[in-house]
Design a protein. Structure first.
Length: 115
C-alpha cells in the first residue's frame, strides 16, 4: 500500500527557513519521480517542485524558483523540500506525491509564514 508521510512544517517568520520531509513506502521509490505540492486556503493545489527518480533533474514553480530546493535520498525512501527566504504567501499545507502513483496523497504538513 502506498504511503506518504510529510513532516517538518511549522510557524516561521518571513525570511526564515524550513526543511520538509516526506517518507514514502509501499512502492518502488527509486523508480518514481517525486513532487511537492501546496494548497493555500481557498486555492487550488499547485505543484511546487519536481525531481526525477535518480535526482538528476529538478523543476520549480516560478513563485519558488531560487528559494526552494527539492532533493531526495533513495536509500531512505525520502524526498525533501528545503525552503529559504520564506514569504507569507508560502503559507499552505504542503504535500508530496509520487508521479508513478498520482492518486495517493499524505496528510500534508502545515507551513505558516507570519510575524
Amino acid at each position: 500500500q502506498v504511503q506518504l508521510v510529510e513532516s517538518g512544517g511549522g510557524l516561521v517568520q518571513p525570511g526564515g527557513s524550513l526543511r520538509l520531509s516526506c517518507a514514502a513506502s509501499g512502492f518502488s521509490f527509486s523508480s518514481s519521480a517525486m513532487s511537492w505540492y501546496r494548497q493555500a486556503p481557498g486555492k487550488k493545489r499547485e505543484s511546487v517542485a519536481v525531481i526525477t527518480s535518480a535526482g538528476g533533474s529538478t523543476n520549480y514553480a516560478d513563485s519558488v524558483k531560487g528559494r526552494f530546493t527539492i532533493s531526495r535520498d533513495n536509500a531512505k525512501n525520502t524526498v525533501y523540500l528545503h525552503m529559504n527566504s520564506l514569504k507569507p504567501e508560502d503559507t499552505a499545507v504542503y504535500y508530496c506525491n509520487a508521479l508513478s502513483w498520482p492518486r495517493y496523497w499524505g496528510q500534508g504538513t502545515q507551513v505558516t509564514v507570519s510575524s
